[in-house]
Design a protein around this ligand. Sequence first.
Ligand code: G3P
Length: 214
Amino acid sequence: MKLFIDTANLAQIEEIASWGILDGVTTNPSLVAKEKGADFKETVIAMCNLVDEVSAQITATEFKEMKKQADEYHSWHKNVVVKVPMTVEGLKTLKYCSSKGIATNTTLVFSVPQAVMAAKAGATMISPFVGRLDDIGVDGMELIADIRQAWDHYNFDTQILVASVRSTEHVRRAATIGAHIATIPYNVFKELPQHDLTDKGLKKFLEDWEQVKT
Ligand code: G3P
């Protein structure tokens, strides 16, 4: 299972990358807007120098322009994954990128048919947004389980990337369902290594070790 961080903040990426378990980064226009004043291209290249897969979202909505933006982002660094919204124009762009060997991440996926179409268009990854489904009273992780079930019937190479993660519980379910990737916000990432019994157990080991030493 790959673990990505969902942020446009370089310091956060550097910190989590230093743990040695970070596979990639996902960004979106809202996350980029939070990092006021940062140059988008420079930031994406800096991220690509830290991890192997960095999703950068195109902002055009018509195929002709989307194609141009995809080519441009792809030219920045070999680790750029072009993030494409799940629209009809987006499907055309995914197909174009797949014919050119450009890696893609399909964003704003909310249904199994959308996931299947993105896979047929050759998407490298699809991002179902689980938290936003939870927000409207639908269990987002059920969509992941449904997509996983559909994937088991076919030979899609497209990786299922659990996005809009809000809790460690989302990460637990992503792993047990068999999603290929989870992209995790910084605050949730920081909680993942924690367990009360680990802290308690370590405290006791260290106390007992003091007695061995004396
Ligand atoms: O990876 C998608 C993510 O950035 C959206 O998360 O919390 O804004 O729904 P959220």
